[in-house]
Design a protein around this ligand. Sequence first.
Ligand code: PNS
Length: 164
Amino acid sequence: MKRAVYPGSFDPVTFGHLDIIKRSAKLVDELVVAVLQNNKKNPLFSVEERVKILQEVTKDIENVRIESFSGLSIEFARKCEAGFLVRGLRAITDFDYELQMAQTNRVLAPDVDTIFLTTSLEYAYLSSSTVKEVAYYGGDISEFVPEPALRAINRKLQYKEKRQ
Ligand code: PNS
């Protein structure tokens, strides 16, 4: 079975991530979207919330499952018996870090290849951080994230507002 792992923070999932998920799912028998648990970035959503949103967003894609992981992505890929790691490239600014990560991972696990998909042009500017910032200041993010993520962000921000 050809299996790939697509690791990331997904805090929250954007249309850019969904584009990579849909396209990479077509290349393999099974795609495991792996949500990083021990995220140093102080995420807006807990790992359980991120997994739940992703499950809703991908419920119609048969060969996709959502998991959480901690530690190294490459170790998680091995644990899943995946032959590939998937990463999206938006712009040249992503390239340095992604190349470094792919090459390090290749030394750690020569049997796992990183596949890069270039993000579709209409989503090339998108990032979870900018989406959160726009939402935080009350901007409309419906063009940036799928409906379940939109609802979750609105709920989360309302909850935070109430607590302040
Ligand atoms: O969505 P992101 O934040 O760009 O994803 C980055 C991620 C989760 C893929 C990366 O930080 C990662 O793999 N973290 C787990 C630890 C690890 O494997 N680091 C890379 C060592 S080369």
